[in-house]
Write a protein that binds this ligand. Structure first.
Ligand SMILES: NC(=O)c1ccc[n+]([C@@H]2O[C@H](COP(=O)([O-])OP(=O)(O)OC[C@H]3O[C@@H](n4cnc5c(N)ncnc54)[C@H](OP(=O)(O)O)[C@@H]3O)[C@@H](O)[C@H]2O)c1
Length: 341
């Protein structure tokens, strides 16, 4: 008998009660988020805030958003906004999500949650004190394939897990003007791309007992490429991230009784291949392709807020902080510090 994938328990994104969203920082991912939410959920993006009213107005016109404001403070103060999606560069998340929290707004904060663990601890404490929900927008965590993997692990289908392999590399021509290469914006491979394999390893193995990393830096001084081994008990995760080349972006989990491969890009809706002594099974990806999968995180957050929760059980805030502690240690080993750290 071939192995069988358990069904995902992930709710249909259309089932989440509609909340009123404000988008803070109308850049590339904000556009993808608004598109996904408007197509696959009942969530309503009611306002967008930029440091420039012109940019906010252009984004609002393009995406059919009613209200555009020329400061983040105005956005978070808007009484018509229930929850703020923070989509600025990593260096800015702590202060800008902090603005929303101080205004009593729930926040979904793009990955990486903040530029380091100290900032994350501070933001988490502020959100807890304010009694608002805060979630890191690590969208992979909220996809159906991740729930299927959780079930396979909980059911012991893979036996004792020994090995996690995952990579996320994309090729970017060196550009000192790009946020990816800018130390002051907490650029580099780790926070943009490496955070996916690191979060994946955390999901499967939990907190590492040991972190060993080696890497290279860009001319601007951020991490260009990093290879990491995170060990937990007898299990190891071997991970790579790079700005220098497009890598397969696959992930796998292997154990004494079987393995699961997630095809590239593993962080988006993807196929899964389950191999055990009984044979091999393939699970097709969700029909929502690529960044349209952002609909799952938005729906999850809306449901949590409607339920009165202040964090996600699928990505608890303590885990978000712990992941950044791991990244801090990796950065220490490869010699990357952001200005002012
Ligand atoms: N989930 C995903 O798949 C995914 C994909 C890509 C990126 N991301 C994450 O999303 C975040 C933003 O990435 P992005 O690629 O969308 O960036 P982007 O296109 O450069 O947009 C970032 C926006 O942040 C605002 N901003 C605020 N302070 C800024 C500053 N000091 N310098 C520059 N811009 C500033 C700008 O908008 P205004 O000036 O108009 O306010 C800008 O449009 C990052 O955390 C990144 O890791 C997630």
């Amino acid at each position: 008998m071939t192995p069988v994938f358990p069904p995902a328990r992930t709710p249909n994104p259309l089932d989440a009660p509609p909340l009123r969203w404000g988008v803070l920082a109308p850049g590339r991912i904000a556009a993808a988020f608004v598109t996904a939410v408007s197509r696959y959920t009942r969530q309503r993006v009611v306002a967008v805030g930029s440091r420039s009213l012109d940019r906010a107005s252009a984004f609002a016109a393009e995406h059919g958003i009613d209200r555009a404001v020329g400061s983040y403070q105005e956005l978070v103060d808007d009484p018509a906004v229930d929850v703020v999606y923070v989509a600025s560069p990593h260096s800015e998340h702590a202060a800008q999500a902090g603005l929303a929290v101080a205004a009593g707004k729930h926040v979904l904060v793009e990955k990486a949650f903040t530029r380091n663990a100290a900032q994350a601890r501070h933001l988490v404490a502020a959100a807890r004190a304010a009694g608002v929900l805060a979630v890191e927008a690590m969208w992979t965590r909220f996809l159906t394939q991740t729930d299927v993997l959780a079930r396979l692990l909980a059911d012991g289908v893979l036996g004792e897990v020994t090995t996690v392999l995952a990579d996320h590399g994309q090729h970017f021509a060196p550009d000192p003007q790009s946020r990816l290469f800018a130390p002051e914006l907490a650029g580099g491979a780790l926070l943009d791309l490496g955070i996916y394999p690191i979060s994946f390893a955390s999901f499967v193995l939990g907190a590492p007992d040991s972190v060993v990393a080696t890497g290279s830096r860009t001319a601007t001084g951020v991490d260009a490429q990093v290879s990491m081994t995170l060990s937990t008990g007898t299990a190891q995760a071997c991970l790579n991230t790079t700005l220098l080349a497009a890598t397969p972006t696959t992930a796998s989990v292997s154990g004494t009784a079987g393995s699961v491969e997630i095809t590239g890009p593993f962080y988006a809706p993807a196929s899964m291949i389950l191999t055990t002594a009984d044979g091999r099974a393939v699970r097709e990806p969700d029909p929502v392709a690529g960044h349209l999968g952002l609909c799952f995180e938005a729906a999850h957050v809306a449901q949590l807020i409607a339920d009165g929760a202040t964090e996600s059980p699928l990505l608890p805030l303590d885990e978000t902080v712990r992941i950044l502690e791991t990244v801090d240690e990796i950065r220490r080993q490869v010699g990357v510090r952001y200005p002012g750290e």
